[in-house]
Design a protein around this ligand. Structure first.
Ligand code: PMT
Length: 219
């Protein structure tokens, strides 16, 4: 498998979508397939890391050697991350976490009645920001899914969420990003950036992790 620059390092990462229940049969979610996060888990294991993968509902096999924790909602994902973050060297938030959840989940199936209906939503906790706020925190990496102003918005998230690194993808480009086999990343940190051009997600995952490995060596 080539060089193992992550040997001796523990990596926790999130992948896939979250599902926010509306009632017992319905939910709000997004198009994340989990492919990018699972590629990162595979690549990190091949590079020598001990990997824990917290994932929303996806149709993907667990990569060899990876400890997998299945979750549904953003709150479940936050709980699983917080239960496992102690002693981690690196945290990567690759999951497409729902920003909002239903204010009051109905206990029984909502019946059709009027022509229109409204759902009240409340903000979900921010998992990445919760990890970066820890006193003894891992090297914290976020993703940014943007459709425009990629650099400005990604740098905003780097600052606001107090991250060490952010990997931005332009999810408006057909064939890349959500539910695709390929992706391209523009990675930003405090005083620099690097473009990782379009390629398959496993190759890209190795490139991103190689960059992270050089950063943790010098941090
Ligand atoms: O799963 P695939 O189909 O392979 O697609 C990959 C991907 C496009 C989902 C992935 O590359 C990606 O961009 N993941 C992040 C998607 C996202 O939710 O981005 P965001 O810009 O909304 O969020 C910014 C960061 O904050 C992300 O690291 C996210 O995990 C994190 N976040 C967001 C909201 C929240 N409540 N908690 C969080 O931790």
């Amino acid at each position: 498998f080539g060089p193992k620059p992550l040997t001796g390092h523990k990596l926790l990462l999130t992948a896939g979508p979250t599902r926010e229940p509306i009632d017992p049969v319905r939910y709000i979610s997004n198009h994340s397939s989990g492919k990018m996060g699972f590629a990162l888990a595979t690549a990190a294991t091949q590079m020598g890391a001990e990997v824990t993968l917290v994932t929303g509902p996806v149709n993907l096999a667990t990569p060899l050697g990876v400890t997998r924790i299945n979750v549904e909602s953003a709150q479940d994902m936050l709980d699983a991350v917080m239960d496992n973050v102690d002693n981690q060297d690196i945290f990567i938030g690759c999951a497409a976490v729902a920003d909002y959840r239903i204010a009051e989940v109905a206990e029984s199936k909502i019946k059709k009645s009027s022509e229109n209906m409204q759902l009240a939503l409340v903000r979900n906790p921010d998992i990445l920001a919760s990890v970066s706020a820890l006193t003894k925190r891992p090297f914290t990496v976020g993703f940014a899914a943007e459709t425009d102003n990629v650099e400005e918005y990604a740098r905003g998230k780097l600052e606001r969420k107090k991250l060490d690194l952010i990997a931005a993808n332009d999810v408006s480009i057909a064939g890349l990003g959500f539910n695709a086999d390929a992706n391209a990343l523009h990675v930003f940190w405090q005083d620099g950036s690097q473009q990782l051009p379009a390629t398959d997600k496993l190759t890209l995952a190795k490139q991103l992790l190689t960059l992270i490995a050089t950063k943790i060596k010098t941090s």
